[in-house]
Design a binder for this molecule. Sequence first.
Ligand code: GAR
Length: 219
Amino acid sequence: MTARITVLASGSGSNLQALLDAIDAGQLDAQVVGVFSDKPAAFALQRVPEPLRWSRVPKEYASREAFDADLADAVAATTPDWVICAGYMRILGAAFVERFRGRVLNIHPSLLPKYRGLHTHARALEASDAEHGASMHFVIPELDAGAVIAQAPVLVLAGDTAESLARRVLQVEHRLLVHVAKLAAEGRLAEHDGVAILDGHPLFTPQRLEFAPTWPPVA
Ligand code: GAR
């Protein structure tokens, strides 16, 4: 059965586009049933037809909880099998996470548990890491701390800036996201007691997906 995927996004939505392209190409048996944003100007919203878009300005709500409750009700109305955070830059409150527990996934631009939070590319360079990359994980109330399902590494190159590294990481994010969305859509993925389950077995270490880099590297 075609999986219903609801996407949360705050930015340009290139990860959302990767999902839409995979669906169009017949690589992913899913339907994007809603795109939700905390930024009405987010380009991600433009990537889907108007009836699928939802955006509200958090500042216009009395509290963080009130915004989250409205968001949660609107997300629930799309009856999603999976909720995917694809560049959603606002922390989801515990009430939201508990309501959809085990069905919320996030893509994060680092090899977790390294560099939770922001400025991951600059932090990897600052630490002189030889590799950096992206992770796809289950969302729990603690930021970027849920069970990791799969990761895609990227080599750090001499002369990399946070921007050049971010561009190469984004390329692998698109493939990582589609890979994990496919596992989810096929019913192969679950979470139990903080552990990711793939095909009925606990994943004690995340899958490591080595995508061939484009060469020469994107500048
Ligand atoms: C991506 O790099 C994603 O991993 C990151 O925001 C970017 C969104 O790009 N997400 C986070 O940092 C979440 N903490 P996109 O809008 O082009 O998909």
